[in-house]
Design a protein around this ligand. Structure first.
Ligand code: GLY
Ligand code: MN
Length: 497
């Protein structure tokens, strides 16, 4: 059982208050519930997941490649280690240098890896032995890393089907080419394996939701902190330092590189060297990652001054209207592509009110004219990855195997499928004025029936804005994850006074 004391020094046992007399004399490790971190679920979580996957594949050998340490500028000066998310999902172990197989035909599960050498222990500290790590996730067989190649060679010799997932790291590609004797570019990831994994990871369980909600709460605090600390004259990196400290003070890492920029028109702007001036808006897109690897992902747009300018407020309000319409529409059975189109129409309607667009919003969205101002998607799945399972292919994760559009704007929508209970996704409409895109489309006379280029010219120095929240689809509709972050013009301004 778990015993802890809350901040009022009241004792709890497994979430129930308990009487001190009963436990007198026992050693109690007390901690605040917000601070109790787990690095793994119970072993049954992993055995149940593997059993379900085995059942869905039915036959063959499934190969799971855990991640290696990766050198930044020399081998021993490594990037932050992040385990592969599918490896984490099925084998839970957040250690470098592991791989695993599920041999469905032979009914075997094996984790491959090497014990630490004394040099590793001297420099990096002790870890559990490989067999202890494996037992922790319900796997009884372990072998040295070098044995994996031999195991796969035998499987190839007996014509067993070897299922592997798409790789995103060069060392994994090299290993696959060597082990399976394939030529570069001829890898063939297994669609049944991809689908099997996606069909599980897309539906978040109660224990995963506790983790995601924790990531979202910390993420919300990061954004609230940014709203409080921002001052004219600061460098963007000072805001980054303050908001990232919130994640770190809560034992979290980051689910992606922080965006905090006065040039919000660049969708993924990772430069933090501008000085914030009066009249600027700071677009912050940042998220915490829990120790177990679950992500939060939120965005806010903050006025550098105490208030937004009238021009900023007019555009900001349109973005909030698109956001609100999208959130209202979330429920099981609704295709997310329709939610995206709805938010695009709201943006067109609003920009029409400002004289920037004209014509019928639905027609403008159908041909992609809105993408001048909203060239990205409305949201994406979120879980162990901030863009959940993007490495397995958006067509499988977000489109259930149906082809994605190639139309500019719509092609960047990572999620289009019908929503189902258990999906966790982001809602992040934005409005962006990208001078280079405006110049290109204007020169090409694109969509002149929908875009008033003369009016757009006046907004070329506007920048961009977005807000982003995270939602769980429930049987009844949806639930926002994490505490509320001020979102409307009035709410953000109230934080700035
Ligand atoms: N938060 C980064 C993104 O969703 O692309
Ligand atoms: Mn996002």
């Amino acid at each position: 059982f778990l015993v802890y004391c809350d901040k009022n020094r009241k004792l709890y046992c497994n979430n129930l208050p308990f009487f001190w007399d009963y436990f007198k004399g026992m050693v109690i490790f007390a901690c605040h519930p917000y601070k109790k971190h787990k690095i793994m679920f119970a072993k049954e979580t992993y055995t149940t997941r593997r059993n379900s996957l085995k059942k869905s594949l039915g036959t063959g050998l499934l190969l799971f490649l855990g991640n290696e340490e990766s050198g930044m500028n020399y081998e021993d000066n490594t990037y932050h280690f992040r385990q592969d998310s599918t490896f984490l999902y099925f084998f839970g172990l957040p250690y470098a240098g592991l791989a695993a197989i599920i041999d469905v035909d032979e009914d075997k599960e094996i984790i491959f890896g090497d014990e630490l050498t004394m040099d590793h222990i001297v420099w990096m500290g002790i870890q559990p032995a490989l067999c202890e790590k494996a037992q922790r996730v319900g796997v009884t067989e372990t072998r040295p890393a070098a044995d994996l190649k031999k195991y796969l060679e035998k499987a190839v010799a007996k014509r067993q089907v070897i299922h592997y997932l798409p790789v995103y790291r060069a060392e994994h590609r090299l290993k696959l080419l060597d082990w399976l004797d394939i030529k570069l570019g001829m890898e063939q990831p297994s669609v049944p394996f991809i689908r099997g994994v996606v069909n599980m990871r897309n539906y978040k369980t109660a224990e995963e939701l506790v983790e995601i909600e924790r990531a979202c709460n910390v993420t919300a605090d990061m954004h609230i902190t940014a709203m409080k600390v921002l001052r004219i004259g600061m460098k963007e990196w000072e805001v980054v330092a303050a908001l990232e400290a919130v994640a770190q003070a809560n034992g979290c890492g980051f689910s992606f590189p922080t965006i905090a920029t006065v040039c919000g028109q660049t969708l993924h702007n990772h430069y933090h060297g501008h000085t914030v001036k009066s009249g600027d808006m700071l677009l912050v897109d940042a998220g915490a990652e829990t120790e177990m690897g679950y992500a939060g992902d939120m965005s806010s747009t903050i006025c550098a001054d105490k208030t937004f300018t009238i021009r900023q407020k007019e555009v900001y309000d349109i973005q909030v209207a698109a956001h609100t319409a999208a959130v209202r529409a979330l429920k099981p059975g609704v295709p997310f592509k329709e939610v995206y189109e709805l938010s695009c129409r709201v943006i067109c309607e609003g920009l029409k009110g400002l004289g920037i667009m004209k014509g019928d919003p639905a027609e403008a969205v159908a041909v992609g004219a809105h993408a001048m101002f909203f060239p990205c998607g409305l949201g994406h799945m979120m879980g162990l990855d901030v863009h959940d399972m993007e490495n397995l292919g958006e067509v499988w994760v977000g489109y259930d195997g149906q082809p994605k559009s190639t139309l500019f704007g719509l092609k960047s929508l990572r999620l289009g499928r019908k929503l189902e209970p258990g999906f966790v996704l982001t809602i992040e409409p934005g409005i962006y004025f990208i001078p280079e895109l405006i110049d290109r489309w204007k020169a090409e006379k694109r969509f002149t029936e929908f875009i008033c280029y003369e009016a757009v010219e006046k907004y070329k120095d506007f920048g961009g804005l977005r807000n982003e929240e995270d939602y769980l689809i429930t049987p009844e509709g949806k639930r926002r994850l994490g505490k509320y972050v001020p979102t409307t013009v009035e709410e953000v301004e109230a934080m700035r006074s």
